[in-house]
Design a protein around this ligand. Structure first.
Ligand code: SF4
Length: 98
């Protein structure tokens, strides 16, 4: 094996590792996103949802599970709770954004 061939093999191995890391990371992101997108099946009643903020001022717009409204829409969505979600609403599984 020549020195040039060794260098090319090492470069190819590094590219392979980087590609593998990208694929694994992408798969993890996809795997995390798909269940969340399909898991919005909790009823509003089951989580105590209401269209007004909590007594502590917590609201859906500040929740990590909130999905912003489409442009021009008044309501967004939630990753776990079914149905339209008011940005100023709140429920018992409110989760702070990190
Ligand atoms: S507070 Fe509840 S309904 Fe609102 S976004 Fe967070 S989890 Fe969803």
């Amino acid at each position: 094996m020549t020195e040039t061939t060794k260098t090319m093999d090492i470069a190819a191995s590094r590219r392979g590792l980087l590609h593998l890391a990208a694929c694994v990371g992408g798969a993890a992101l996809c795997a995390a996103a798909v269940p969340q997108a399909q898991a919005a099946d909790l009823s509003k009643a089951s989580v105590g949802y209401r269209d007004i903020p909590s007594d502590q001022g917590k609201l859906c717009a500040m929740c990590a599970l909130f999905i912003l409204p489409a442009p021009g829409a008044a309501h967004g969505r939630c990753q776990l709770v079914a149905g339209p979600i008011a940005p100023g609403g709140w429920c018992q599984i409110w989760t702070p954004r990190s």
